[in-house]
Design a protein around this ligand. Sequence first.
Ligand SMILES: Cc1cc2nc3c(=O)[nH]c(=O)nc-3n(C[C@H](O)[C@H](O)[C@H](O)COP(=O)(O)O)c2cc1C
Length: 389
Amino acid sequence: MMPDDLGHRTATAPAEFPDSPLSRVIRQPLILGLFLPVQSGGWSASLLSRTTDWTFDYNATLTRRAEELGFDLVFGLAQWASKGGYGGISKYREESLDPFIAVTALSAMTQRILLISTIHALFGPWHPLHLAKFGATIDHISGGRWGINVVTGYSPREARMFGGQHIEHDRRYEMAGEFTDILCRLWGETEDLTLRGKFWSLEKAFVTPKPVYARPILVNATGSPAGIAYAATYSDLVFITSPAGHEIDAALAALPAHNAVIKAAGAERGRELRTIINPMIVCRETDREAQRYHQAILDAADYGAIEGFVSHQQTGDAIAWKAHGDKHRALGGNIQIIGSPEHVVDKLIGLKRAGCDGIQVAFFDFAPDLEFFGDAVLPLMKQAGLRSA
Ligand SMILES: Cc1cc2nc3c(=O)[nH]c(=O)nc-3n(C[C@H](O)[C@H](O)[C@H](O)COP(=O)(O)O)c2cc1C
């Protein structure tokens, strides 16, 4: 809360309202999100047959089902791929919906679930005033359920598509900081705003309606010192990756220290940060069946797509993914959990103990895998105290 001119204290973040959608979600022992496959191929460069589809109808069905099952949030990534996507027989990720537009439509079709969309704030001629206005609009459509994952653009190729140049890593966070600062001021100011920033200026700018709970939910995805400093200043939720690569036990060993650094950075600024990690989950009745299915996914690897995706990632400067190799990409995901429902829940308990406040799951075959997760894993999560009713 911030004191105003008369000494009253005014809420500046959605978590300060006990009845905000974000407050409801962060009361869960382990926040549960679904990573929407708004891009063709989802996270898996494999040709094994599956239902996973980038289309709006498919993602809308998943979102409604996730809401029914009690998931807390859905999330869409944003990418700018060239013709042929990342290559291979599948033209991996060639097709993708813009998550901001997709999530805006989803917000009118849902009642409770949070909807987070990624935006490359520094690409093209985005002005904070655009996003303040668009964000206030979706905030009202969704009743305070919308959040923005602010990304700065790790890929030089994507920056060049907009006629721009790749900007140095930490300078991007400096720019994103000013951008977000202006957003928050526009959402909070009750008078016209005039300012001359280092990167953006405004003259008598005003945004109304104001967001329902002070401002939309702010999110960023990072593993770097500059990104953590940004998160500590602005974000409610931080998407993290494993500093030790995709293998779950290595991740569980490395995550306590990583989470502690991020939370300490927030605490230094008097803020409580919540971290969310995204496991790719392959779950079947038994460990053996899950491993067999995993093997079938690997056997159908689209090697051209894996190579294309890995070389795309290597042209970027994302620090959070530095420890991630390429062998696991046929299945994909930042970390992988493969096994029976009991095995999966055991690892989720491990993630909670390692200091993660939430998970955002991805699947190979989203629609049936989400059903199986709802039937077999969620009840065990409740029994284990990871989810409350
Ligand atoms: C869960 C998650 C989702 C992400 N979504 C996107 C995205 O949609 N678009 C994008 O360009 N980068 C995305 N990123 C990459 C981040 O923007 C960033 O480049 C990466 O986390 C490295 O940040 P760092 O260099 O600060 O460590 C995502 C990262 C994570 C962990």
